[in-house]
Design a protein around this ligand. Structure first.
Ligand SMILES: [Zn+2]
Length: 202
């Protein structure tokens, strides 16, 4: 016989930072109810640990599909009270870092999936494919996700060459003035002085 609690823990292992209280079939969606774990939380203002609960909030977020159906997770999170009397943060909402980030309406692993599809297919094609995978995302949402993907680091050239072969040799166009106007202080500049025979490329 399958232990249902264990089975739910396996299916929703990505939510292990939370306590899953219930998972039920709600027709087109699977509804999961969860809460944050009890324990102390550090105040974001002063760092003091606190377990004093001021109140509760419910956050709703979409998770990766199960059984080809959308999954909605309703998470009860606590609003904590800082114990320090002189702290400017009196109460604060606890965060579930790595699972449900601040202000997000999607569980982090679903965001990662949508980002991967959007990166490969961009907005319109993503919006057509994702519903077939059990993730309903509009074209605008896919584009927003795409725009949030950080661009890869592009190496800045350490040496910048400036070809002055076409610049007439006038006193007003000096090496120093070109260097000041064209490049930042962080880049080394190699300036080729015009000569009668120089043919260079950048
Ligand atoms: Zn505090």
């Amino acid at each position: 016989m399958i232990d249902m609690a264990e089975f739910v823990g396996v299916v929703f292992s990505g939510l292990s930072a939370l306590v899953i209280e219930d998972a039920r079939d709600a027709g087109e969606v699977i509804l999961v109810r969860a809460r944050t774990r009890s324990g102390t939380v550090a105040c974001p203002g002063c760092g003091a640990e606190t377990s004093r609960v001021h109140g509760y909030h419910e956050r709703t977020a979409a998770d990766v599909p199960v059984d080809g159906r959308r999954v909605l997770v309703k998470v009860r999170v606590r609003r904590m009270r800082c114990p320090a009397l002189n702290c400017k943060v009196q109460t604060f909402r606890e965060q579930v870092s790595g699972v449900l980030e601040r202000y997000q309406r999607r569980i982090s692993r679903l965001t990662a999936q949508v980002s991967a599809v959007a990166r490969e297919l961009a907005g319109r094609a993503s919006a057509r494919l994702l519903p077939a995978l059990g993730t309903g995302v509009s074209r605008h949402t896919a584009l927003r996700v795409l725009l949030k993907i950080p661009l890869p680091e592009v190496a800045v050239p350490r040496v910048l060459g400036i070809d002055l072969s076409g610049v007439p040799s006038r006193p007003s166009v000096t090496s120093a003035s070109v260097a000041r106007g064209a490049v930042s202080a962080r880049r080394r500049v190699v300036i080729r002085r015009p000569t009668a025979t120089s043919v260079t490329s950048a």
